[in-house]
Ligand binder design. Sequence first.
Ligand SMILES: [Zn+2]
Length: 178
Amino acid sequence: MKCFECNLELEALKERRYRYVESGLTNIYLTGVTVLRCAKCNTEIPELPNIKSLHLCIALAIIEGSPSLSGEEIRFLRKNLGMKSKDLAAKLGYEPEVFSKYENNRLTIGDHADRSIRMWYLIQKSKEVENYKSLIQAVDNFDKIGEGTIWRKDIEIPIASCFANRASQIQSSSTEIH
Ligand SMILES: [Zn+2]
């Protein structure tokens, strides 16, 4: 494969840590990824074998690990469900505009809406997630979510184990990014 800009052959770098900003999320790092890099312009292209499984994996990491859903996390979960924000709001019994306000950080999500989105996601994906019942239980048991917790963790997704055994292999690092 060649660089679109430079027309140079890309070099393959194995076992890299790749910040997956293409997901729309700023705190997701994929580990063990082969990255194709242009030596001239430093463009990097990750080799991602199965985007659908990867995005499910990321969604579950958010549901299990995010202290409070951020705007970008809400957008990621909603898009992954293939829903418009007003349709998600209608399903969960909220005003039509409220989810786009969350997503654009014009409104801070509260505990109830936060929990509802996580639960709704898990129910919709129940057939694809082996341990969905225990995840629902986990969300139900969270002491306190939402209510404007302001710091976020980086989430590391080991890409190989993601496809083998989705959520159980995910580790969160303790690095705070804001
Ligand atoms: Zn290049």
